[in-house]
Design a binder for this molecule. Structure first.
Ligand SMILES: NC(=O)C1=CN([C@@H]2O[C@H](COP(=O)(O)OP(=O)(O)OC[C@H]3O[C@@H](n4cnc5c(N)ncnc54)[C@H](O)[C@@H]3O)[C@@H](O)[C@H]2O)C=CC1
Ligand SMILES: O=C(CO)COP(=O)(O)O
Length: 289
């Protein structure tokens, strides 16, 4: 509806709607995918079976990781469409607030700067400020990895651990995200921007975040199954956490908060035990300069 308000013709497709994907995609200039991670590969393959102009730009807004390959959504789109521009759109963008037309900012990132600039123009308005960025991987990983920390933040608030604990958790969570992101090839500065720290702050502090809700309700004693059954929409952090643990092990990266979230989601420990595990780790310098 942001693009619509800027005078663009917008067509929507959902697997539950009546129109076929092929009809909706006929003669389009831009394709924006906001499918949950589990559907990205299937839908991208479907799209690839239709004839699209080589100028068509793909935008991906999905915040997840592929369990089989650990690939990001943009890597999946780019592999299937090697000759098209792919733009990552990510930022502190809780959808209910955007629908209420509250002001927000976001980031559009691509290896092809002209494509990012086109997308920036399509969505920019007095209530939605869009920045370009040349580090699509960093932008995408910021939006994806913060979901795991948002689960931990929900636990922290659910247990009423206080503002100091929350600040420590979010800050050390960012350190963890940067460690993983740097190893993957993303730039540190990107994680201090809107798509990293910005989105981390939004999701770790808002009951509108599904990932935060998962953590909050786990702290309240519900099981993951109960929570997911009643949750409106996708909490990508649940699957992302598993993939992240797998990748961190492979790459030998320390991700202590993610590890505790993982054990908690598996039902192996209680929220209080997760807290104790984190607080009683070996003492160490804040950074290894
Ligand atoms: N880039 C950004 O700033 C933001 C991105 N997100 C991300 O966008 C994605 C979607 O979020 P929401 O719309 O809130 O989730 P949602 O759960 O409300 O919607 C997911 C959509 O994906 C569709 N879907 C799932 N599997 C599919 C399949 N196999 N084939 C076709 N369609 C399929 C569902 O039908 C549904 O329409 C998530 O990855 C979320 O993390 C969410 C908020 C902001
Ligand atoms: O990514 C989001 C906001 O930027 C949405 O967060 P949730 O997926 O946790 O609701």
């Amino acid at each position: 509806n942001l693009a619509d308000a800027n005078g663009h013709e917008v067509r929507l497709w959902s697997r539950h709607g009546s129109q076929t994907l092929e009809t909706v995609l006929k003669d389009v200039q831009i394709v924006l995918s906001a499918i949950s991670m589990t559907g990205v590969r299937d839908v991208a393959f479907q799209v690839n079976s239709f004839s699209l102009s080589p100028e068509t730009i793909f935008i991906t807004a999905t915040k997840g990781l592929d369990p089989q390959t650990t690939c990001t959504p943009s890597q999946i789109w780019q592999t299937i469409f090697p000759n098209h521009a792919v733009v990552v759109l990510s930022g502190p963008n809780l959808s209910q607030e955007i629908q209420m037309q509250l002001p927000a900012a976001t980031v559009v990132a691509s290896n092809i700067s002209t494509a990012a600039e086109v997308v920036q123009l399509v969505f920019s308005s007095h209530r939605f400020r869009v920045y370009t960025n040349p580090d699509p991987l960093g932008v995408e990983l910021g939006g994806t990895l913060k979901n795991v920390i948002a689960i931990a933040a929900g636990v922290c608030d659910g247990l009423q651990l206080g503002t100091n604990a929350k600040a420590a958790l979010v800050t050390r969570g960012l350190t963890e995200i940067i460690r993983v992101g740097n190893d993957w090839g993303a730039k540190t500065e990107t994680f201090y921007g809107l798509s990293g720290l910005g989105d981390l702050l939004a999701t770790c502090n808002s009951p509108l975040s599904r990932n935060y809700q998962v953590g909050y309700q786990l702290a309240g004693g519900k099981t993951l199954r109960e929570i997911l059954t009643n949750l409106q929409g996708t909490a990508e952090g649940v699957n992302t956490c598993q993939v992240l643990i797998q990748r961190a092990k492979q790459q030998n990266i320390a991700v202590p908060i993610t590890e505790q979230v993982y054990h908690l989601l598996q039902g192996e420990i209680t929220p209080r035990q997760a807290l104790d595990e984190l607080m009683l780790r070996d003492i160490k310098p804040e950074y290894n300069y």
